[in-house]
Design a protein around this ligand. Structure first.
Ligand SMILES: *Cc1c(COP(=O)(O)O)cnc(C)c1O
Length: 378
């Protein structure tokens, strides 16, 4: 095959505006969220963009979920339903809050949380459901809300996403985003909780600021709380990205469309569709369904190794959370468990490499198919 494409780096090169904003914070001497204003300004701007009235910046996305759950009153003895196919932090945040995660299976077609499986996983101790906007496509939050439980959006992969025209961040009771280095907006680390509920916002604010109240003194701590605040430097890096986000999403969407077209004539490798109702997919990932039978019985691991040798570093994706020792198995999760052997990912920076690079991925898959592979395990 030809020279393989150059895969873009993520995060992208810093802009002049980011440099200026960083230096403004540096020179101000006000580096912490309690002394400067950059964090609060960014939180307000991000929340507005996410269709929510309020935002609280945090250390990372995991503690954003922890704060949202605690603010909803989740604690020891409670259970929270999470999808079996998601990043591990969706479940560990529940453990951090003192509660037990219960996994519910995902749907065969989209790999998103299956509302029917959630209904079966709900019990007398269930306090909330975490709806993960997997890969950048919003979960079916209406179906989940119909169960009558508070819905926390795990929007760590879905900055700028929308369902039926409504932004991720406004689809549940409270939503959490991550700014870790692999995410669509990033400061290396960071997170935010957004909500339209004033009372929830005040609780999250207090919990993340050592239990303080807005009117109280520095050493008044009417609530149990922790220091989970973001720094002003992170907000300085993040705020200018709000103006770049749409352009990045468009580029990934073009990449995903080119990839879908190129894969049209690759048997056994198909794009996993987004849930119906997705009106803005941010393409954090393009998830692909891999059929070993169409590739001479090659295991997924063998396929990934062969693609890597062609210069296409695909990702193996998640292990089902249903297998984790600290998760209470709710309903059986055969779909998430089967995905371990049949789903591969193209990550967001690769989707930004342009249409020719997407054609290259499809041609590499063709080349791998034609090569004699290891025999399938018995
Ligand atoms: C990244 C991610 C998180 C955790 O965010 P961190 O900032 O890394 O703590 C939670 N849930 C999902 C779905 C994620 O992708």
């Amino acid at each position: 095959m030809n020279e393989h494409p150059q895969w873009p780096a993520w995060p992208p090169p810093a802009t002049d505006e980011q440099r200026r904003a960083l230096l403004r914070v540096l020179d101000s001497g006000r580096w912490g969220a309690t002394s400067g204003t950059a964090t609060e300004e960014f939180a307000a701007a991000f929340a507005r963009r996410a269709g929510a009235a309020h935002g609280v910046c945090t250390v990372n996305g995991t503690v954003a979920l922890f704060l949202a759950l605690r603010a909803l009153g989740v604690g020891p003895g409670d259970e929270v339903v999470v999808p079996a196919y998601t990043f591990v932090a969706t479940a560990t945040a529940v453990v951090l809050a003192g509660a037990t995660p219960v996994t519910a299976d995902v749907t065969e077609d989209t790999l998103h949380l299956d509302p029917e499986a959630v209904r079966r996983a709900v019990g007398p101790r269930t306090k909330a459901v975490v709806a993960v906007h997997l890969a950048g496509a919003p979960a079916d939050t209406e179906a989940l809300r119909a169960l009558g439980l508070p819905v926390v959006e795990d929007a760590a992969q879905a900055h700028g996403a929308a369902r039926d025209g409504r932004p991720a961040g406004s689809l549940g009771d409270v939503a959490c985003f991550s700014f870790q280095s692999g995410k669509a907006m990033t400061a290396g680390e960071g997170g935010i909780v957004v909500t339209g509920d004033r009372a929830l916002y005040e609780r999250v604010w207090s919990l993340h600021n050592v239990g303080r109240s807005p009117e109280g003194g520095w050493y008044d701590h009417p609530e149990l709380g922790w220091n989970l605040r973001m720094t002003e430097f992170q907000a300085a890096l993040l705020h200018p990205q709000l103006a770049l986000l749409d352009g990045w999403i468009d580029r990934r969407a073009q990449g995903a469309a080119a990839l879908a077209e190129a894969l049209g004539d690759v048997r056994g490798l198909d794009l996993v569709p987004a849930p119906a109702g997705t009106s803005r997919h941010t393409w954090h990932l393009a998830m692909l369904r891999y059929d070993p039978a169409a590739f001479g019985g090659r295991s997924k691991a063998a396929f990934l190794a062969a693609m890597a040798a062609e210069g296409v570093p695909l990702d193996a994706g998640y292990r089902s959370l249903s297998r984790l020792p600290y998760v209470r198995a709710g309903t059986p999760c055969p779909v998430a468990e089967a995905a371990e052997d049949s789903v591969v990912w193209v990550r967001q920076p690769m989707l930004m490499a342009g249409a020719a690079a997407m054609t290259y991925i499809a041609r590499a898959a063709h080349a791998v198919r034609l090569r004699p592979g290891p025999p399938a395990p018995a």
